[in-house]
Write a protein that binds this ligand. Structure first.
Ligand code: TMP
Length: 222
């Protein structure tokens, strides 16, 4: 990025990677819209990604992971490996090149999802999770993660109202409680993750997101 933003500063540096996380129905899409508006106002160029997916090959993996109509059962190990295969493609072919060019990246999910869904939901050991993350990410982490926290009953009821549920959304409610617990546990220990109460009225959630992003931009001194 080599352009003046509204703060009047010029920069020629790597972009920043902002990730939005949360269980189904937490409001990730509208959170991303709020973030986009702020980046546009600040004259910061960005791309958006989603996981699993985000490249042609990774989108094919997303279809496999989300489809509820496979003729054979998708094992938990396959699910785990496909999440990381997708992430590897996305990181190498879109996220890293964009950041290098100075573009910011807004991610709809990233590695924290695997830690929460596969680590928490599916009960994979921390050791296994750390090993596969190390191989795939080689220490790469987002600059900021916004975790939208919501009770699974409320989130799932919102997701159901949107239409047909995919393979993961069809899991029992206990699965989503384990996912949420893991999200909360990790978020508490990592100061690059900000938790926002997503059960508030939408206006309040958006206000909180705006505050976090503006504070982040100011702290980056972009
Ligand atoms: P979504 O993008 O519509 O939220 O769907 C992605 C689904 O995949 C969602 O149920 C969460 C799940 N997921 C994992 O289980 N592990 C992961 O690493 C990622 C990125 C997503």
């Amino acid at each position: 990025m080599n352009s003046k933003n509204k703060l009047g500063k010029s920069s020629m540096v790597n972009g920043k990677f902002i990730v939005v996380e949360g269980i189904e129905g937490a409001g990730k899409s509208s959170a991303i819209t709020v973030i986009e508006k702020i980046l546009v106002q600040q004259n910061i160029s960005y791309i958006k990604t989603r996981e699993p997916g985000g490249t042609p090959l990774a989108e094919s993996l997303r279809d496999i992971v989300k489809s509820a109509s496979h003729e054979e059962e998708l094992t938990q190990e396959t699910e785990l490996l496909l999440m990381y295969a997708s992430r590897s493609q996305l990181l190498a072919n879109r996220i890293l090149p964009a950041l290098k060019q100075g573009q910011w990246v807004i991610g709809d999910r990233h590695d924290l999802s695997s830690q929460a869904y596969q680590g928490g939901g599916r009960n994979f050991d921390d050791e296994v999770m750390n090993a596969i993350a190390d191989v795939t990410l080689k220490g790469f982490t987002p600059d900021l993660t916004i975790y939208l926290d919501i009770d699974p009953e409320l989130g799932l009821s919102r997701a159901k109202a949107r239409g047909e549920l995919d393979r993961i959304e069809l899991e029992k409610i206990e699965f989503f409680h384990r996912v949420r617990n893991k999200y909360c546990q990790i978020a508490q220990q990592d100061n690059k993750i900000t938790t926002i109460d997503a059960s508030q009225a939408m206006k309040a959630v958006h206000h909180d997101i705006q505050h976090v992003i503006e504070r982040f931009i100011t702290s980056m001194d972009v």
